[in-house]
Write a protein that binds this ligand. Structure first.
Ligand code: ADP
Ligand code: MG
Length: 229
């Protein structure tokens, strides 16, 4: 015999999530449909909307990818010896173009005794990428984003410090909630997915922020991933 009432909380989470996903996907779909209809009625205008349509399709793709990552089981982790400096350099290089366009100084500093940890490179890169991307989006022209790598005993600390717009206490309390965003074109999924990936790697994530001053995001990871966890 099952007491159905206990499921109501679960159901309400599912309902909320579904409504959120549906909403996030419906918006770009409506835009795509609209632009395709204009193009169909007016073939001369078709080329004008190709970029927007592609942007909106990319948006749907990235939302779907985020949700796929959320449902990926922890057991799918593939552990490897990971050279940390390489991960930091990879992410820095990947986002350098975006930083240059915004005239933001993106730089890193590493203090490691040992240079590698045993973890999953794919998730680690994605974690750092998501955090640095948010930092770049938070800073104004001329701002700074710094990636710091440090090693403490059995732990590794990665921090991303920016001197961007920061968050109020109320905003900070909502960080990581599904669909929480302060950006016009944000999805509010990045931090939630990042947190899940950090937890997959048996780590923790911390946010410290002050409105108007900046934000520091710290990820603490075990040096050796213990799959028994
Ligand atoms: P999105 O980037 O699509 O808005 P995220 O889940 O990545 O979604 O981030 C959620 C929210 O957290 C952002 O909209 C922003 O308000 C806040 N945030 C995250 N990182 C930072 C940061 N470095 N500085 C200021 N705000 C941040
Ligand atoms: Mg983001």
């Amino acid at each position: 015999m099952i007491k159905l009432r206990e499921r109501s909380q679960q159901l309400s989470t599912i309902t909320q999530m579904s409504a959120g996903i549906a909403h996030e996907i419906k918006n770009p779909l409506t835009a795509i449909k609209g632009f395709l209809q204009i193009g169909a009625a007016n073939p001369a205008l078709r080329d004008n909307y190709q970029d927007i349509i592609l942007d909106e399709v990319n948006r749907i793709e990235s939302i779907v990818q985020d949700f796929m990552m959320l449902s990926k089981p922890k057991s799918s982790i593939q552990l490897e010896e990971v050279e940390l400096k390489q991960v930091i350099d990879y992410v820095t290089r990947l986002l350098q173009g975006e930083a240059d366009t915004k005239k933001v100084r993106l730089f890193s500093s590493c203090h490691f005794n040992e240079h590698s940890i045993y973890t999953e490179p794919k998730r680690l890169k994605q974690i750092l990428l998501n955090i640095v991307k948010n930092a770049l989006e938070a800073v104004e022209v001329g701002g700074e984003v710094q990636i710091n790598g440090k090693q403490l005993e059995d732990e590794l600390t990665l921090s991303v410090i920016d001197n961007g717009q920061g968050l109020t206490e109320q905003e900070l309390a909502k960080i990581g909630e599904p669909f929480f965003t302060t950006k016009e074109k944000g999805t509010g999924l990045g931090v939630m997915v990042t947190k899940k990936m950090v937890e997959d790697l048996n780590g923790s994530i911390y946010f410290e922020s002050e409105k108007g001053k900046g934000t520091e995001v710290t990820v603490v990871l075990p040096k050796v991933h213990d799959s028994e966890y």
